[in-house]
Write a protein that binds this ligand. Structure first.
Ligand code: NAX
Ligand code: K
Length: 583
C-alpha cells in the first residue's frame, strides 16, 4: 500500500483528470459515496455495540462493500431475501399455466446498496462540516448519499456558500436543489449537541498551516461535542505529510482516506488523531503512484513479498544445514550491559541463522558461559573491568573477516579510541554491517562519509534519540517528520536506516521507504532494540539483502511483540526476552 505526500496526491489527481480524462466531479462523487458508506458502517457498529441491533447487522456480512442482491425465483416458489427486504417479481409459478416448461423463468436481480442502507436510519442526524475547497465538496457529496439512505443531515458551511468554486460549487448546488438544510458559521446557530455524528470535510490535502477563523472554531466545537467524527481524507488540522497536529486538529473516530494513504496518517501524533483509517479507492488507478515516482509504502505482507521479494514463509531446504543459514559475528556487551549482547545473540539464532559467534571483552566471558549454550563465544581482549578498548578492533576484524554479517553496538559502552575502533571496522569489514546503540553514538561523532568503504551494505538502527544525534537535530525534530528525515538521511549517507519507534520507518539508500505497522505499546522495554539488531543480523546471514532483512526483521519483531504482549496477564509485563521466545 503506497504512502503519498499531499503534493504527490495532487499530481496523481491531475494525471487522472488530465491524462486519463476522468472528470474531477466523478472522483468527488466516488469520494462522497465512500465517506457516506463509512458513516453508515460506523452507525451500524454503534447500533450493534449498544445491543439494540444485532438484527440490523445480521446478514450484512462485513461492514460494507459486499454486493447484496435480492433475488426472487419463481421456479420453486422460494425466495432469498437480503437484509433490506426489498423484492420484486413475486408470484410467478413455473409449474402452473406454462405449457411444456420450455421457457426459463425470467429472473430479476435488484442490487440493494447495503453499504448505503441502515436500519433505524431516521434516528441519525449528522452534521456535515464543509470547507470551501474540494474536501468540502467531498463532504457535500457524502451528505446527499446519507440523506438518500434516510439519515437526517445538516450542512455546516465554514465560509459563505457562494465562495465555493468548481466541483465543490456543483455539489453545493445539488444539495441546495434537494433542499438539504444548511447553516453557515458566523451567521446561524449550529446545534452540535443535537447531532448523532459529524462529518469533518473542512480541510484536506490543500490545507496549509494552523486552521484559521471559522475552521478553527468548527474543529474545536466538533471535538468538544464528544460526537463521533468521520474525517474526509485526513482529520482537519493534520499535516498530511508529517503527521504533525496543528492547533486545533480534529480527533476522528474514523478517517476515510481517499485514493492513497497519506503519510501523515501513519506517523504519530497524526496516527493517533485519525482513529480507524479506511483507505477507499475513488477511481485514481493505484498503479499511477509508482509511475509517478512514489517511493513510500506501508509494510504489509504483500509489500514484503511483491515489492521486496521476501519469502515470508521462509521455506528451508530439506538438504540445509547450519552452514546453509549463515554465521553472524556479534561484537557487543560490556560488564554492566552484558545482557544486551546476550539478547542480540539469541535473537539472531531465533531469526533462523545457522551460527552466532558473540565476541565480548575477555574478562566478561567466564560469566556468560552457559547463559545460552547455542552461542559460540570469542574473547576479544579489552579491559580487566569487562569493557572494550581500542585494541580489540584487530580481533573483531579477524573474527569478522570470516563471517557473513557483523553486528555491533548493543551494550558496547563508550571507551577511549572508540571512534578509531569503529572506523577500522567500517573500513575493514567487507560483509554487511549492522550498527546499533553505542555504535551509533560513536558514529554520530564521526565524519563517516569520508571513511573509505569496502562497498558492502550498512544498516543503522537508531531510536529517535540516536537519530537526533546522527542527524544533528533535536529528538522532537526527528519525530516531527520521521519518514522525511529517514529518507533524506539514508539517501545522503548511503545506508539502510531503521528509525525505531511506533511505526518504525525503514529507508533505503535509493530513497525507498517502508513504514511498519506491526508492534505493541508493551514493546517499550529495555532490550527490545537489541533483539531487533540480532534479528536483522540473523536474517542477513541467511542471504537476505539489507533492505529485505531490515524490513522483514522490523515486521517480525513487531509481530513477536504483539504475540508476547498477548501472552502476558498484562502487556506492560512484557520484557525483551519474551519477544525472542515469541519468534
Ligand atoms: N483534486 C481532486 O481532484 C480531488 C480532491 N479531493 C479532495 O480534495 C481535497 C483537497 O482539496 P483542495 O486542494 O481544494 O484543498 P482543501 O479542500 O483541503 O482546502 C483548501 C481550502 O481551504 C483553505 N485553507 C487552506 N488552509 C487553511 C487553513 N489553515 N485555515 C483555513 N482555511 C484554509 C483554502 O483557502 C481553500 O479554500 C482532498 O483532501 C480530497 O478530500 C477529492 O474530492 C477527490 C478528487
Ligand atoms: K477533513
Amino acid at each position: 500500500m503506497d504512502l503519498v505526500t499531499a503534493e504527490e496526491m495532487r499530481q496523481l489527481d491531475r494525471t487522472t483528470i488530465e491524462k486519463l480524462g476522468i472528470p474531477a466531479i466523478a472522483l468527488m462523487e466516488n469520494a462522497g459515496r465512500a465517506i457516506a458508506e463509512e458513516v453508515i458502517a460506523l452507525c451500524r457498529r454503534r447500533q450493534y455495540n449498544s445491543g439494540n441491533s444485532v438484527h440490523a447487522d445480521a446478514g450484512h456480512g462485513s461492514d460494507w462493500g459486499m454486493e447484496s442482491d435480492i433475488v426472487r425465483r419463481g421456479s420453486n416458489g422460494g425466495s432469498v431475501t437480503g437484509g433490506t427486504g426489498r423484492s420484486i417479481g413475486g408470484g410467478w409459478n413455473g409449474s402452473s399455466g406454462v405449457s411444456g416448461g420450455a421457457q426459463p423463468p425470467q429472473e430479476f436481480r435488484v442490487s440493494a446498496d447495503r453499504a448505503l442502507t441502515l436500519d433505524h436510519a431516521a434516528a441519525e442526524h449528522w452534521l456535515i462540516l464543509a470547507g470551501k475547497g474540494n474536501n468540502g465538496g467531498d463532504g457535500l457529496a457524502a451528505a446527499r448519499h446519507l440523506r438518500e439512505a434516510g439519515l437526517a443531515v445538516t450542512l455546516v458551511y465554514a465560509a459563505a456558500p457562494q465562495t465555493l468554486a468548481g466541483e465543490a460549487a456543483v455539489q453545493r448546488d445539488a444539495a441546495a436543489a434537494l433542499g438539504i438544510p444548511a447553516v453557515v458559521h458566523g451567521r446561524d446557530r449550529i446545534d452540535f449537541a443535537g447531532c448523532t455524528g459529524i462529518v469533518d470535510a473542512l480541510l484536506g490535502t490543500g490545507s496549509a498551516g494552523e486552521p484559521r477563523g471559522a475552521y478553527a472554531d468548527l474543529i474545536a466545537a466538533a471535538n468538544a461535542s464528544g460526537k463521533p467524527i468521520v474525517s474526509a481524507d485526513i482529520p482537519s488540522g493534520l499535516d498530511a505529510d508529517t503527521g504533525a497536529l496543528h492547533e486545533p486538529c480534529i480527533h476522528a473516530a474514523v478517517t476515510v482516506c481517499l485514493a492513497l494513504l497519506k503519510r501523515g496518517l501513519v506517523q504519530y501524533p497524526g496516527a493517533g488523531a485519525a482513529g480507524r483509517v479506511v483507505v477507499r479507492s475513488i477511481g485514481i488507478p493505484a498503479a499511477l503512484a509508482r509511475e509517478a515516482g512514489v517511493q513510500a509504502s506501508l509494510l504489509t505482507p504483500e509489500v514484503l513479498q511483491t515489492r521486496l521479494g521476501v519469502d515470508v514463509s521462509r521455506r528451508r531446504s530439506p538438504e540445509g544445514h547450519k552452514g546453509t543459514y549463515g554465521h553472524v559475528l556479534l561484537a557487543a556487551g560490556s560488564l554492566s550491559m552484558s545482557g544486551a549482547g546476550l539478547l542480540a545473540a539469541r535473537a539472531a539464532l531465533r531469526a533462523g541463522c545457522g551460527l552466532v559467534t558473540w565476541a565480548l571483552p575477555a574478562a566478561l566471558l567466564p560469566y556468560v558461559i552457559g547463559a545460552a549454550p547455542e552461542i559460540m563465544l570469542a574473547a576479544a581482549g579489552g579491559g580487566e573491568d569487562g569493557t572494550w578498548n581500542a585494541e580489540t578492533a584487530a580481533e573483531v576484524l579477524r573474527l569478522g573477516g570470516k563471517r557473513d554479517v557483523v553486528a555491533t553496538g548493543p551494550g558496547l559502552g563508550r571507551f577511549a579510541g572508540d571512534r578509531e575502533w569503529l572506523r577500522m571496522l567500517w573500513e575493514g569489514i567487507s560483509s554487511p554491517l549492522v550498527l546499533d546503540a553505542d555504535a551509533l553514538n560513536i558514529l554520530a561523532e564521526c565524519n563517516y562519509t569520508e571513511w573509505s568503504s569496502p562497498g558492502r551494505p550498512v544498516i543503522l538502527t537508531p531510536h529517535p534519540g540516536e537519530m537526533a544525534r546522527l542527524a544533528g537535530v533535536s529528538t522532537p525534530q526527528v519525530q516531527r517528520d520521521r519518514i522525511g528525515l529517514a529518507q533524506a538521511y539514508a539517501v545522503k549517507h548511503s545506508v539502510v536506516l531503521v528509525l525505531k519507534g511506533s511505526h518504525t520507518v525503514i529507508a533505503s539508500p535509493e530513497g525507498e521507504v517502508y513504514v511498519n505497522a506491526t508492534g505493541h505499546p508493551g514493546m517499550g522495554t529495555g532490550g527490545a532494540g537489541d533483539v531487533l539488531t540480532g534479528m536483522i543480523a540473523g536474517l542477513l546471514a541467511q542471504g537476505m539483502d539489507a533492505v529485505q532483512a531490515a524490513a522483514f526483521g522490523v515486521y517480525l519483531h513487531g509481530l513477536a511483540g504483539e504475540r508476547a504482549a498477548g501472552s502476558r496477564n498484562h502487556p506492560s509485563a512484557l520484557i525483551a526476552g519474551d519477544m525472542i521466545e515469541a519468534l
